[in-house]
Write a protein that binds this ligand. Structure first.
Ligand code: TMP
Length: 209
């Protein structure tokens, strides 16, 4: 039986997720809530190996369905090993990327059948979805610039602009499909402003609980 709060954070590469993930963790810790911070793909011994395969820029021949299944395998493992046990203990789980990444990147970006991507991933997550998801809204042009500033690009970051544009469209569609769960944050705002909005959203979530 799930007791803990489940939060995920989403966005294009270079949208500032990592900073905000830490902010959420600090906020919850100040409230006396135990937290577990995870990232996807990865977060487990097996998942980190899968991550290496997925992000290795030399794996240019990777098939899109194989890619989708690898992301889902890493997710199935982290659910079984980390997310479900933590939620059952009442720990708040904060996940840097989750199922929405697969819908946006593999479904929209790779143009796979969206329903198939959903079905595979619902199996992987045992039909457990985050209570609240923060989407850091950043246009792909800005995110491309930030990616180019980074020293090395991984396999996904090396994709052409059209791919990242499709991923962005996918995220926007997810935001309008699940307005109750997905809270949109303007990634162009300052770290402090975004943090303040996150606090407000979490406070109102706690009030409704
Ligand atoms: P990260 O850089 O945020 O750790 O994410 C790794 C890359 O993997 C990023 O480019 C997004 C991509 N990704 C997918 O394509 N599908 C997924 O399901 C996940 C979790 C990440």
């Amino acid at each position: 039986m799930k007791k803990g709060l489940f939060i995920s954070i989403e966005g294009l590469d270079g949208s500032g997720k990592t900073t905000q993930v830490r902010y959420i963790q600090e906020y919850l810790q100040r409230k006396g809530i135990e937290t577990l911070l995870l990232r996807e793909p990865g977060g487990t011994k097996i998942g980190e190996k899968v991550r290496d395969i997925l992000l290795d820029a030399r794996n240019t021949e990777m098939d899109s369905v194989a890619e989708m299944l690898l992301y889902a395998s890493s997710r199935a493992q982290i659910m079984a090993e980390k997310v479900i046990p933590a939620l059952e203990e009442g720990t708040a789980v904060i996940c840097d990327r989750f199922i929405d990444s697969s819908i946006a990147y593999q479904g929209y970006g790779r143009q796979l059948d969206i329903n198939e991507v959903y079905n595979v991933n619902f199996t992987a997550v045992r039909h457990i979805l985050p209570d609240i998801t923060f989407f850091l809204d950043q246009h792909p042009d800005t995110s491309l610039r930030r990616r180019k500033e980074a020293s090395t690009a991984d396999r996904l970051e090396n994709e052409e602009m059209e791919f990242h544009n499709r991923v962005y469209i996918g995220y926007k569609e997810l935001c309008s499909r699940y307005p109750e769960r997905i809270k949109v944050l303007d990634a162009g705002k300052s770290i402090e402003e975004i943090g303040k909005e996150i606090t407000e959203q979490l406070e109102s979530f706690f009030e409704r609980m």
